[in-house]
Write a protein that binds this ligand. Structure first.
Ligand code: PLP
Length: 461
């Protein structure tokens, strides 16, 4: 048994002793749900705890623990769990006789569209229900606009669970492999990969395939791939190359949208994509997503187009409760922009530095990603890595997901369980702050890191 497997074994025993409901509920869930649930990321081993309440920076589980949460609804909950400003608006509307599904258009949709377009500097927008669908439609629009098939994406970038970009997400001796069974060979071969933050590789891909590329889809802030800011040079190069070769530049802002400012990151970089996609924060805790961008591309989903993209929506598209929650939240972010983002950034900086120093004091070398750069002021994100060598650069997913460079199991599995024993819940080696996280919460996190470091060291002896 290797050292992480040994550690996991002993941490799992402690976890089951402290979270008895987790095992009981998991056994019950497994009898009806594949692997005990409906979202793989939430089903961590040995058995996920079950929550019964969530408020602000914390959640409460079935064993009555108060747990400090850095996952925050897949990073959607920038105001923390169940912010009263949103729940109040929903309750008032629902008790007033509106808010559940109608399938008939209301003006709330236009109001929110106008607000979003103003904040994003885009010309047209259409709503959908998930980030995956938004990304899928953006790629279909790019294909229709260019009449080309090839899609360029970043190795390690997650663009949602739809067949058009299900390639090159997880690291298995590199990223160059399909991510799922059930894809057609064409779906796999039409996706090409490039390395994040590597303008040279981007140039090489465009030189080779540029005149066949429908689009380059990229996260201006790498999310699950490692919480890294794109370098300004990288995004400028992407803009120049897509212009030169006639490909559509798509910014996937599903994580970054309204996370760094009351708009998209494109505003801070001064690089305007042709299309961009949004979800998470813009839903205010409800399922809502959108594609926004240039009118001449977006127009391709209009019924007036003879050969159009069937971006027609589904039963729950532009659901009134989701629009209301999203609009209420976004209006608040716009109003309080000057206050919210600098505070989140400063707290983020304190969090990452504090975590690095805490582990160093305990004799364990860790490095956090999530720091800003010339374009992006500090972020509210942090990911804790265990690089095998000090000083390793961590600027692209190839570095933080390669087990030869960083101890990935230690970050993804061991740290997660060790911190849960300290009542702190993290995803991918930490997560995101909300406006509800406080200085005291950071002290809780640092104390938890001391506990986790000691558990890890004790387990290694
Ligand atoms: C960058 C990015 N794009 C797309 C998606 C897919 O969004 P959704 O989970 O809403 O389908 C995600 C989800 O985590 C994401 O982080």
């Amino acid at each position: 048994m290797n050292r992480n497997a040994r550690l996991l074994d002993s941490l799992s025993q402690q976890y089951f002793a402290e979270y008895p409901s987790a095992k009981k509920e998991f056994d019950r869930a497994e009898g009806s749900l594949i692997s005990g649930g409906s979202h793989t990321l939430r089903l961590f081993g040995p058995a996920p705890f079950r929550i019964v309440g969530a408020s602000g920076s914390r959640v409460r589980d079935a064993d009555d623990h108060e747990i400090l949460d850095f996952w925050q609804g897949h990073y959607a909950n920038i105001l923390g769990h169940n912010p009263p400003i949103v729940t109040r608006a929903l309750v008032e509307t629902l008790t007033g006789g509106y808010g559940l599904q109608t399938g008939i258009t209301d003006s709330l949709q236009t109001d929110f569209a106008v607000l979003l377009l103003r904040q994003l500097g885009a010309e047209r927008i259409r709503f959908t229900t998930s980030g995956a669908l938004a990304d899928m439609y953006s790629v279909m629009l790019a294909r229709a606009f260019t009449g080309r098939q090839l899609i360029l994406k970043v190795g390690g970038g997650w663009q949602g669970a739809h067949p058009l970009t299900l390639k090159g997400v997880s690291f298995r001796d590199g990223f160059d492999h399909p991510e799922s069974e059930g894809l057609s060979p064409d779906e796999v071969s039409s996706v090409l990969l490039t390395r994040y933050n590597d303008p040279e590789d981007l140039r090489a891909q465009f030189q080779r395939y540029g005149d066949r590329l429908a689009c380059f889809i990229v996260e201006p802030w790498m999310g699950m791939g490692g919480f890294m800011a794109a370098s300004p040079e990288y995004l400028q190069t992407a803009r120049e190359l897509t212009h030169r070769y006639g490909a559509v530049l798509i910014f996937d802002e599903i994580i970054s949208g309204f996370r760094f400012c009351a708009g998209g990151l494109q505003k801070l970089y001064g690089v305007q994509p042709d299309l961009s996609t949004y979800a998470k924060i813009i839903g205010g805790g409800m399922p809502l997503a959108a594609v926004a961008g240039r009118e001449e591309i977006m127009r391709l989903c209009s019924p007036e187009c003879e050969r159009r993209v069937k971006f027609d929506g589904g039963t729950f598209s532009a659901h009134p409760a989701a629009l209301l929650a999203g609009k209420t939240l976004v209006e608040y972010l716009v109003e309080k922009e000057e206050e919210i983002y600098p505070r989140l950034g400063a707290l983020g900086e304190k969090m990452r530095k504090g975590v690095e120093q805490t582990f160093a004091r305990e004799g364990i070398y860790v490095r956090c990603t999530g720091y800003g750069n010339e374009a992006v002021p500090d972020s509210s994100f942090g990911m804790i890595h265990f690089p095998h060598q000090e000083g390793t650069p961590l600027t692209c997913p190839d570095q933080v997901w390669d087990p030869a460079i960083c101890d990935v199991d230690r970050r993804e599995k061991v740290l997660k369980l060790a911190l849960l024993l300290e009542r702190v819940y993290v995803m991918h080696g930490l997560g995101a702050l909300s406006t509800e996280h406080s200085e005291e919460d950071l002290e809780w996190l640092f104390a938890a890191c001391v506990g986790a470091a000691r558990l890890i060291k004790a387990g290694e002896q």
